[in-house]
Design a protein around this ligand. Structure first.
Ligand code: NAG
Ligand code: NAG
Ligand code: NAG
Length: 313
């Protein structure tokens, strides 16, 4: 075997390793890896401000750099949010996602906050979304992979979440207004509220009580407290409604809409994530594998043409 053949074999081997490595990364994007874990010990928070690391999947979705909606990290490249957040601004280049920060308005000296901002590459809205409240779900693909740490972790989603239908101890998080006409005061710290899942029968009943009526359809989940006072509010949109089971956190809903905030008999309405599980999976599968710049034939050609000494250098 002469040097030239040896070099060619080596080139092929290198290509195979590179292709294999890429396939592994693609697979990691699709398979539910470890998710829903938080390493910050749970302690009861006195006020409503949360602690860094309690909700490590929480994203601040930023339009031209300013907080606009919430979101949640599903894996290194994908963020889940609500479709209505992108109704007016659907150009991905206008959006960034910030993770691992308590404040929606970090100081300009906080370099870490800028380091933890990721450019959005593509925005996918559910085809069922018609501007109303049904199918209010969106997926964002980030241009680069998110670096995980203690404060940045993905949350799990389930194909079926019926077992959570009677839970009274779920949580909604966001930077929205704290009351109907009161914005979050400086320093804009992430808020958390404990809520109960309200079944569809009960939710329809609550919404049909006084003068006007909304119907709660199939892909919605209601949560809150029939007494009012515990609710998501404007600006929380797109953020997660999450419940824990055996130490693992699952996203049950996406903050979608409500009537005012925290009014009696007006629970918050969330998009049921499980109803869209198949859509989430399909969008990720179709848009994660083999980006054109990585296709093996294109990689192979320059290597085959290169003189052997370059390959061995
Ligand atoms: C969400 O939708 C799934 C599938 O459509 C359903 O089985 C489940 O009960 C719903 N979850 C809640 C909390 O209503
Ligand atoms: C939720 O409560 C209803 C009524 O009490 C009950 O029929 C149902 O089985 C419960 N669901 C789960 C998953 O425990
Ligand atoms: C729905 O919730 C109400 C109030 O919590 C409860 O009385 C009722 O049994 C529940 N219905 C179902 C089908 O789970």
């Amino acid at each position: 075997m002469d040097a030239r053949v040896g070099a060619l074999l080596l080139a092929q081997l290198l290509v195979q390793i590179e292709v294999g490595r890429q396939a592994l990364q693609d697979e990691e994007l699709l398979l539910p890896g470890p998710c829903g874990q938080r390493s910050i010990p749970t302690r009861i928070v006195g006020g409503k401000d949360t602690e860094l690391g309690r909700w490590p999947w929480q994203a601040s979705l930023r339009l031209w750099g300013s907080h606009h909606c919430g979101g949640s990290l599903l894996n290194r490249r994908w963020v889940l949010s609500a479709a209505h957040c992108f109704e007016k601004n659907n150009d991905p280049y206008e959006w960034t996602a910030q993770f691992g920060e308590l404040s929606a308005m970090p100081s300009i000296w906080n370099l870490q906050a800028y380091y933890n901002r990721y450019q959005v590459e593509q925005i996918f809205l559910s085809h069922g979304y018609m501007g109303g409240s049904s199918s209010d779900i969106a997926l964002l693909k980030l241009s680069t992979s998110v670096n995980y740490n203690k404060y940045i972790q993905p949350i799990c989603v389930l194909a079926n979440n019926y077992e959570f239908e009677n839970r009274t101890d779920c949580w909604v998080t966001g930077w929205g207004d704290i009351k109907e006409d009161q914005g979050l005061p400086s320093p804009y710290i992430l808020q958390e509220v404990e809520v109960g899942i309200i079944n569809t029968t009960m939710c329809n009943h609550l919404f049909s009580l006084p003068s006007f009526r909304h119907d709660i359809w199939g892909d919605m989940v209601c949560a809150g407290d029939p007494q009012g006072d515990k609710d998501a509010c404007f600006g929380d949109s797109g953020g997660p409604l999450a419940c824990e089971k055996k130490g693992v956190w699952y996203q049950i809903g996406i903050v979608s809409w409500g009537v005012g905030c925290g009014r009696p008999n007006r629970p918050g309405v969330y998009t049921n994530v499980s109803s869209h599980y198949e859509w989430i999976r399909m969008v990720m599968v179709k848009n994660s594998i083999h980006r054109p710049d990585l296709s093996p034939p294109l990689l192979l050609l320059p290597l085959l043409w290169a003189p052997p000494f370059l390959l061995l250098a």
